[in-house]
Design a protein around this ligand. Structure first.
Ligand SMILES: [Zn+2]
Length: 59
């Protein structure tokens, strides 16, 4: 099993349309809402910058 403590998936909720989706916390590019296209995450210094509400962090 691959173990990387800084890489995980988080569940975020779109602040615009309330869609929930699971995203990688270190995206290589912008992550957009699958429903409305709002930007949910942006790559930021090797990490992801969350632009919306985090619902849950996957362990
Ligand atoms: Zn949305």
């Amino acid at each position: 099993m691959l173990k990387n403590p800084t890489s995980r998936f988080i569940k975020v909720k779109c602040s615009q349309c309330k869609n929930e989706q699971t995203v990688f916390n270190k995206p290589a590019s912008q992550v957009m809402c699958l429903v409305c296209g709002k930007i949910l995450m942006e790559p930021h210094g090797g990490k992801g910058k969350v632009q919306t509400k985090v619902v849950q962090v996957m362990e």
